[in-house]
Design a protein around this ligand. Structure first.
Ligand code: CP3
Length: 351
């Protein structure tokens, strides 16, 4: 095992398969509404999309949790739905309702997607990547910049449904009833997502993460077809041009399919959701594959001894292998910022 003080960025070393201890850490949704400094900029921004597409503001909120906590990873401030937005699907974030898209239900709507426009429309997001990378090199040289996108299946869920859902039944129904149409949408998303992530890598992202929040809704054969295969295609294309950039996959609620997902997609690190037993994950993936996760965001709201006990169990299970401490899902907005500081102290002390 190597220590966090060895040369290089600890996060990149762990994501690439090195057992670094104490483990590097960052938290999903670490920039967000639980931070007063985020709420202040969000109120000035004139909307969430405006915030994501104004490099000065997006770079500032990306850096806020780095200044406050010295995290090992800075995740680009943006959203997985900026890919459908960049392909021309109408999107809005209504206050308190979550995202709303014009639901995509037929071939005409799929054919209207402008996959060729993604790079150009995403230009402000790529500018944010360049700014954050420059600021990190100047002020936080040990912190690595993580770029990201949603995985095709999860992004398709929002595009077809038009909004969030507990079960995305319309989308799963389409995948069974009209696999030609759904397959065409997934192929378009594979192309757009690859292009978007390549552009982020060129702009300075040092690691890339694919969020597949709804992967676990699918039965195994559908999981292979709509989660594993498209993700494998994206990873292959990224690796061809950027062989050393570590890729993190997050197949949320994949359960026992986590091993097959990891092996067949070729991701370097797999992010464990809250329900995953870290010891099971460690037995299901190769020893050279990184694991990331998976404290329950609700334990972080609780803080104190309850949180400490949970964090220590995860640390104990992960000691000796490539590991990145994180949550099992995004930070909730009611999380007290001082609990995050307490968690950072616990993880930095190691075990
Ligand atoms: O700090 C970070 O993690 C980076 C930025 C980031 C956001 N969303 C910002 C955001 C990332 C990586 C995401 C990913 C994302 N977005 C996912 C995958 C991870 C997950 O949570 O399962 C999904 C499914 C989305 C889609 C999305 N965006 C939803 C469902 C919502 C509404 C729910 C909510 O929390 O409000 C959003 C909005 C959103 N994305 C916010 C933030 C900070 C809140 C918007 C606000 O400030 O009003």
């Amino acid at each position: 095992m190597t220590t966090t003080d060895a040369p290089g960025k600890p996060l990149l070393r762990a994501l690439s398969g090195e057992a670094v201890w104490p483990p590097p850490m960052w938290l999903m949704r670490q920039a967000g509404r639980y931070l007063p400094e985020y709420r202040e900029i969000r109120a000035q921004a004139g909307g969430f999309i405006k915030l994501c597409t104004t490099p000065e503001m997006a770079a500032e909120v990306t850096l806020q949790p780095i200044r406050r906590y010295g995290m090992d990873g800075a995740i680009l401030f943006s959203d997985i739905l900026m890919v459908p937005w960049a392909m021309g699907q109408p999107l809005r974030f209504a206050e308190g309702e979550g995202p709303q898209l014009e639901p995509l239900r037929d071939l005409a709507a799929v054919n209207a997607l402008e996959v060729g426009a993604v790079r150009e429309r995403a230009a402000p997001i790529l500018e944010t990547v360049r700014r954050v990378r420059a600021a990190l090199e100047a002020q936080h040289p040990k912190t690595a910049l993580i770029g990201f996108a949603g995985s095709p299946f999860t992004v398709a869920c929002y595009m077809v449904e038009g909004h969030g859902s507990r079960d995305f039944a319309t989308t799963r129904q389409m995948a069974f009833s009209d696999p030609a149409l759904f397959g065409k949408l997934i192929r378009i998303l594979v192309e757009a997502t690859t292009e978007y992530l390549l552009a982020q890598a060129e702009a300075g992202a040092e690691a890339l993460m694919l969020f597949d929040s709804w992967a676990g809704l699918l039965p195994p054969a559908q999981f292979r077809r709509w989660v594993i295969e498209p993700t494998a295609t994206i990873v292959r294309s990224l690796k061809r041009l950027h062989p050393s950039i570590p890729i993190i996959g997050f197949p949320r609620l994949a359960g026992p399919l986590i091993g097959e997902y990891t092996l067949r997609t070729g991701v370097n690190t797999v992010a464990m959701d809250t329900s995953m037993d870290p010891r099971f994950a460690a037995s299901a993936v190769a020893a050279t594959v990184g694991l990331q996760g998976n404290l329950d965001p609700l334990a972080l709201i609780a803080g104190g001894d309850a949180m400490e006990a949970e964090a220590r169990q995860i640390l104990a299970a992960m000691r000796g292998r490539p590991f990145v401490f994180n949550l099992g899902h995004g930070i909730e907005k009611v999380t007290p910022p001082e609990h995050v500081a307490q968690l950072v102290r616990i993880v930095r002390a190691g075990l």
